[in-house]
Design a protein around this ligand. Structure first.
Ligand code: VGL
Ligand code: ZN
Length: 202
C-alpha cells in the first residue's frame, strides 16, 4: 500500500486572534514560530483566513440589545455573537506578520457570506454548504490531515470533526493550538473530537 499523503491545515493565524486583536486568543503568538517550522515538513499546506464582511450577522454589533458572546437562533441553528473581527481588508484580518504565508499552497477564506458564519474549513455553519476544501484535498490525493491554529474549541475543532467525518485520518497538535474557552467550549470540543475519531496529539 502506498504511504499516506499528508496535509497540514493551519487555522486562522490572523492579527485579530493575537494579542491586541479584536478576539485575542491567549497564547496565540507563542504557537506561530513552531507552526512555521512544521509547515516545512508538509508537502501540502493550507492556511485558512476568517474573512467577514463588515456587517456580518455573527457580529453582536449587528443585533440590537445583544452583547458579544450571547447566543442567538439563526435559520441554521444557534450562533454565538462575536465582537467585530477579521473584517475583510482590515489589518485584523491579515495574517500575523510572523506567519510564513509564502510556505503555504492554498489560502482558504471562510465566513464571507453575511448571513452565515463558518467555523469549519470544510462547511459553513449550516453544516452542509461546502467551502471547496474537500475537492482540493481529494484531487491532491491527501488522506491524512494535521490541524493546528486558532481556536481549538471553535474553528480547529469544527474543522477536525468535519475532516474525520469525511474519512480523513485526522490529528490535531494540541500544543500548537490555543482556545477561547467559553462556557465549557474546550471540554465539549475535545469530547466531540474524540467521539468522531480525531487523534489528539501533544
Ligand atoms: C473563530 C470565532 C469566530 C476561530 C472565528 O477562528 O476559532 N472563532 N470566528
Ligand atoms: Zn469569525
Amino acid at each position: 500500500m502506498r504511504s499516506k499523503k499528508e496535509a497540514l491545515i493551519a487555522i486562522d493565524l490572523q492579527n485579530d486572534f493575537c494579542e491586541g486583536g479584536a478576539l485575542a486568543v491567549r497564547g496565540a503568538e507563542g504557537i506561530l514560530y513552531p507552526i512555521n517550522s512544521i509547515m516545512k515538513k508538509f508537502q501540502t499546506v493550507v492556511l485558512t483566513q476568517d474573512w467577514h464582511p463588515k456587517n456580518h450577522s455573527c457580529f453582536a454589533s449587528q443585533h440590537s440589545e445583544k452583547e458579544p458572546y450571547m447566543v442567538i437562533d439563526m435559520p441554521y441553528g444557534p450562533q454565538i455573537l462575536w465582537p467585530d473581527h477579521c473584517v475583510q481588508d482590515s489589518r485584523g484580518a491579515d495574517f500575523h506578520s510572523s506567519v510564513s504565508v509564502n510556505d503555504s499552497h492554498l489560502i482558504l477564506r471562510k465566513g464571507f457570506r453575511k448571513s452565515i458564519d463558518s467555523y469549519s474549513a470544510f462547511f459553513e455553519n449550516d453544516r452542509k454548504t461546502p467551502t471547496g476544501l474537500l475537492g482540493f484535498l481529494k484531487e491532491k490525493g491527501i488522506d491524512k490531515i494535521t490541524i493546528v491554529g486558532l481556536a481549538l474549541d471553535f474553528c480547529v475543532g469544527f474543522s477536525a470533526i468535519d475532516a474525520s467525518r469525511l474519512n480523513f485520518d485526522v490529528s490535531i497538535l494540541k500544543s500548537l493550538c490555543c482556545s477561547i474557552n467559553l462556557d465549557g467550549s474546550l471540554e465539549s470540543a475535545l469530547i466531540n473530537m474524540k467521539n468522531t475519531g480525531v487523534k489528539i496529539d501533544g
